[in-house]
Design a protein around this ligand. Structure first.
Ligand code: GLN
Length: 278
């Protein structure tokens, strides 16, 4: 079978199973052939070997069962960085690039200490380090598999960040930072969003929080105060409908300059605040 035929046929099969069927099949076939998506267009008459065809078929079958493309290829691009992914962490999402942009906008100093809590693949910490090489970037995660993955991504990309295993601040006694960022779990366990798409395959520990999804957001707002330098910022990603309650928590805990920022779709998704009040 030729490349163009294989793509067409697989895209038709996935049409009802994925909102991005055509993109999915291109990414999967490029992965099988070890080529770029552009290559597929240039060499659309290349004939697949039996082995290539069978590997591709197996991936299309897995994708049609709902498995995320990023777990099938083991990779996902974030902030222009190619990251390894696996089932022990959340798949980095374009939405979270908003958190990176907001962090770069709020801290202009070429040096400083930054912490990423619940780093997963290391996406946010690595994006920040790639933009501000002078920053000392630390990243923690509670899950061993995530710590190993973030470590490996940092090594492969040649970006020096310190990755430590820690349940939020537990292993960071006495450490203080100029900026703390996090994309914590913030989805309510009853949210219908969890029944569709990639989230069904992702670790619940990275997605779901008790107290209607606010448990970790509120915990971080309370406990970050002991780990921020004077005039340090805490910056959190949250759901589009959670801004008000998150700002309320920042207010009650005595922060100032509280502001919610929008993602590329215009949704309020990141709230940041200064500690302590000026
Ligand atoms: N924004 C992600 C989603 O909607 C969830 C990320 C998170 O819980 N931190 O799938």
């Amino acid at each position: 079978m030729r490349v163009d035929e294989a793509l067409e046929c697989a895209a038709t099969r996935l049409r009802d199973r994925s909102e991005s069927a055509r993109l999915d099949v291109e990414v999967l076939l490029a992965h099988v052939l070890g080529k770029t998506r552009t290559w597929l267009y240039t060499w659309n008459d290349h004939v697949l070997t039996q082995a290539e065809f069978e590997t591709f078929e197996a991936l299309i079958q897995a994708r049609s069962n709902g498995e995320p493309v990023a777990y099938l290829t083991g990779q996902r691009e974030f902030w222009g960085l190619m990251l390894d992914t696996n089932a022990s962490t959340l798949i980095p999402r374009p939405d979270t690039e908003t958190l990176v942009q907001c962090a770069l906008d709020v801290m202009h100093a070429p040096t400083g200490c930054v912490l990423d809590l619940g780093t997963g693949t290391g996406a946010v910490a690595l994006a920040l380090k790639s933009e501000r090489p002078g920053w000392q970037v630390s990243a923690v995660d509670r899950v061993d598999g995530a710590v190993a993955l973030a470590h490996e991504n940092a090594r492969r990309l040649g970006l020096e960040i310190a990755v430590t295993q820690s349940d939020w601040f537990k292993a960071l006694a006495g450490e203080r930072f100029d900026l703390i960022v996090s994309n914590p779990p913030y989805i309510d366990a009853n949210d219908a969003h969890l029944e569709r798409g990639d989230v069904r395959f992702e670790p619940h520990s990275a997605l779901i929080a008790s107290n209607e999804g606010y448990r970790d957001l509120e915990y971080l707002i309370e406990h970050a105060r002991a780990h921020l330098n004077p005039q340090g910022f805490l910056m959190l990603e949250h759901g589009f409908a959670q801004g008000e309650r998150v700002r309320g928590a920042f207010e009650r805990m005595g922060y100032s300059a509280i502001e919610t920022l929008k993602d590329l779709a215009g949704q309020p998704r990141v709230t940041r605040a200064l500690w302590p009040a000026r």
